[in-house]
Design a protein around this ligand. Structure first.
Ligand code: SAM
Length: 588
């Protein structure tokens, strides 16, 4: 027997079941869209070329509806454009959260998340990345699934996020107390992903315990005293007395002193003689031979070096990093994020979202890592709107999707107060947020086709001419851009290929006139109810009937793809009842 196919994959009940999604259009609810008062629009809210609307207003989208249909609806315009996706889907813990149902059968959960992740993959830019927040219930399964969609080679990190401490009711149970969850990080294409270098603040490094006394005089005259002596001198005291005097404030004030004098706080350290270059070795030798002298080594393009008694002096100033506008000792960001405190989380954004809301600081870190101003950020499980709020304050463009009513009870209100500048919680101070910008509040249009009383698919009565034209453009792969002057021009696919959508029937004379207007340099797709060509052929026209032309393109009138959808077969085959990560080998 030869092995026909061998692939490492996750299998589960219903994996092969895939929805054939209708690419819906969006409808704006102008009463819920919001933008800053004109006098508060900033230079960043520049007007785009073709729209008399501020860019920030035009590009930020709050979508109320199921994210599967929403992601599909975004695909045509935004495929390959999203720089960073952060999602925090229901964790599938079986707990009933106050604001959403979190507790789905595992296979069902995997199908639902897979369908969404595939669309997210399409939307992500080549140099973009995905961050999925998850707990340990589905972590293993989700990772294998993501390896399949994004490619194992594009898995960048698994971040451990400390989100609680071992207190409260969870600490009573025997065994280990869970205080962390995880963020899976995938690049769309690792070879194109260029994340920024980030630092986290760390406590004062007490190994830097020496202080240059006569710094102003020039290095030849430098000598050292201990840091605590220098600090106490500031207060005309002795180290022992000062500790007593300052009590609990001692460390805080000492740290401040170190930062203010970082250019003269040093740590003498023995260099690794064998792994340094020739000129550094020469300086070490010279310094050993003249132990009283400070030896200076000037270096091109690198930090200059100072040696005494064969030791190199490391300066505290080189450890300082600007983190959120403050100079602090920093160390490179690792995959353990245990420094983001959730203390005032309930207050952030001025909305209550118990258990689900994530700290703004966390999203800021994600966006700092992989985006710049103007980049597009997506969150398709928006919850209380943390991602949108943070992206907005950081001047990124954003798209957020939320299924439930918190789209307006939470997110819309939260974003409004971000835009007015009232929201001074979360990261506002760190980014000096003053307000500005805007967003559009969108809902998904109903299905384009509905069954009539005879069971035939017909155009939904809720569609007017414009909606129909826009929807047909989407189905036929055209960009909707209705012309003000040419009634037959509703959009384009290339510079010379156009589309005309009408519910009318077109007679020969009408077609002839349109054909003449279009001319021999252009082509036109006409989608109409019926047409009569009288046997004539129009070389520049392609004629299609609605709805026949689109009938088989997708499934129609299907609105509920939410996380409550039952994707399981009625009676699962006996041998398929468990989902498993497995090496499946199909043998002949
Ligand atoms: C854990 S919460 C996200 C919390 C968010 N990160 C925050 O900081 O507020 C998950 C959210 O996903 C939403 N959700 C679940 N299924 C959805 C779907 N099919 N489409 C859109 N949103 C959905 C839930 O209503 C819930 O608000």
């Amino acid at each position: 027997m030869s092995i026909k196919k061998q692939k490492l994959e996750l299998t589960w009940i219903g994996k092969d079941k895939r929805p054939r999604l209708e690419p819906r259009i969006f409808l704006e609810d102008k009463s819920l869209s919001y933008q800053a008062a004109p006098e508060n629009l900033t230079a960043d809210d520049l007007f785009s070329d073709d729209e008399q609307q501020p860019k920030a207003f035009h590009d930020n989208l709050l979508i109320h509806g199921d994210n599967l249909l929403a992601l599909k609806a975004l695909e045509q315009q935004y495929a390959g454009q999203v720089k960073c996706v952060y999602i925090d889907p229901p964790f599938n813990t079986g707990e009933a959260f106050e604001n959403y149902d979190d507790g789905l059968e595992h296979s069902q959960w995997l199908t639902l998340i897979r369908d969404r992740l595939e669309l997210i993959y399409n939307l992500t830019a080549r140099d973009g990345a995905l961050f999925v927040h998850i707990d340990d219930n589905e972590l293993g399964y989700l990772m294998v699934l993501l390896d399949e969609i994004f490619g194992r080679q594009n898995r960048v990190n698994i971040v451990t996020f400390k989100q609680g401490s071992a207190t409260g009711h969870k600490s009573i149970n025997p065994g280990l107390v869970t205080t962390t969850n995880y963020i899976l990080v995938y690049a769309k294409d690792k070879s194109h992903w260029k994340p920024n270098r980030l630092y986290t603040a760390r406590e004062r490094d007490s190994r830097y315990s020496q202080f240059i006394l006569n710094y102003e005089k020039g290095y030849e005259f430098w000598s050292l005293c201990t840091l605590s002596e220098a600090f106490s001198k500031e207060y005309q005291s002795t180290p022992k007395e000062l500790k007593k005097l300052l009590g609990g404030k001692y460390e805080e004030l000492l740290s401040e002193f170190v930062i203010n004098n970082a250019h003269r706080v040093v740590q003498p350290a023995r260099p690794d003689y064998n792994s340094v270059g020739r000129n550094v070795r020469d300086s070490i030798d010279e310094s050993k031979a003249n132990p009283e002298k400070v030896v200076y080594l000037e270096r091109d393009g690198y930090e200059d070096m100072y040696f005494k008694g064969g030791q190199r002096w490391l300066f505290y100033k080189n450890k300082l990093k600007d983190i959120d506008g403050e100079l602090v000792a920093g160390e490179p960001l690792t995959n353990l994020w245990d420094d983001i405190l959730s203390n005032n989380l309930h207050k952030e954004g001025g909305v209550k979202f118990p258990k689900g809301k994530k700290p703004e600081q966390l999203i800021k870190r994600v966006l700092d890592l992989c985006t710049s101003e103007g980049d597009l950020v997506l969150d398709s499980f928006a919850g209380s709107g943390t991602t949108a709020a943070v992206a907005h304050k950081m001047k990124r463009r954003w798209i957020s999707v939320e299924l439930r009513e918190q789209a307006f009870t939470h997110i819309q209100l939260r974003l409004k107060s971000v835009i007015t500048g009232e929201d001074q919680d979360g990261i506002s101070k760190a980014v000096n947020w003053q307000g500005g910008g805007g967003f559009r509040y969108l809902r998904l249009a109903p299905s384009l086709l509905k069954k009539d009383s005879w069971g035939n698919w017909v155009i939904n009565k809720e569609y007017n001419g414009e909606m129909l034209a826009e929807a047909m453009c989407k189905h036929m792969g055209f960009t909707y851009a209705p012309s003000q002057t040419q009634f037959w021009n509703h959009g384009y696919s290339t510079e010379t290929d156009y589309i005309y959508v009408t519910t009318g029937s077109l007679a020969y004379d009408q077609l002839k006139r349109i054909s003449e207007e279009v001319g021999s340099e252009r082509t036109l797709l006409i989608c109409c109810k019926a047409f009569m060509t009288d046997g004539a052929e129009f070389a520049n026209l392609t004629l299609k009937k609605i709805p026949r032309a689109i009938l088989n393109k997708c499934e129609w009138d299907h609105d509920d793809y939410s996380f409550t959808l039952n994707v399981l077969p009625e009676e699962p085959a006996e041998q398929e009842t468990v989902e498993q990560a497995t090496t499946s080998a199909e043998e002949e």
